[in-house]
Design a protein around this ligand. Sequence first.
Ligand SMILES: [Zn+2]
Length: 271
Amino acid sequence: MNKTSVRTLQQFLADQDAYHASIDGVRGPMTLAAVNATLQRHASQLPDGADGWSDRRRAVACLQVACQQNTIEVGPIDGLWGPQTEHAVEVLDTLQKTGSKPTPWRDQPTLETNPNGWYREAELEQALGSPTRKPPLTVVPCPWRLALAWDLGTSPSGIGCHEQVADSLARILERVHDHYGPQRLRELGLHRYGGCYNKRRKRGGTRWSTHAWGLAIDWDPSHNKLRWGRDRARLARPEYDTWWRLWEEEGWVSLGRTRNFDWMHVQAVKL
Ligand SMILES: [Zn+2]
């Protein structure tokens, strides 16, 4: 719970006529009194034991009540500051500031563009040859420091991908780096590199994986497991919207964004 969310809370309390001090982002006694008064009015929505919660937890619970009141999905009123609550409070903040909720990110259409003329999966073998022979690979350096997802102490020198997608990949990495910066990329786990070229069949299938041509890259696999949907996968969160947009502008396809599984995976191949 940060200063912005305390402001969001104070604004909600002020709108309820429960708080008349300044919207300053500081959770002081006036805010606390207004929180308690508001929770009292919504006591039936609170679980048993809520009376014993800490001031902070009560403040979070009050924000959750505020979200529910505005039909923003926030989950159970438990006073805990998890990712769902954090996202819901961001939506509430936008609602307060603009009068409408942000376009839900899951309703934003994925960008359908193919500026580099990527092949469809069914065309790959004919166009690029069978992956039984190693494809021509180029190592694209990454502007931020990568770590192997399965061995974080090891830093690969770059991403070894099919030479046909190397320029596009280099442009994307540059833009991603410009947008987020190295520190934020680390916080987002985008240094956790899960591999590119890999001569293998699709997991649970007989067809070649797009990795077998060096046309796909996996990111942060431990937080984006194959079968996880957007409720669990880290890369499905809104803070990665720009990340995906930058790939999609170059025609790359996220299986997460298009099929809601394998959120780690992005490929320079059309479905
Ligand atoms: Zn993959």
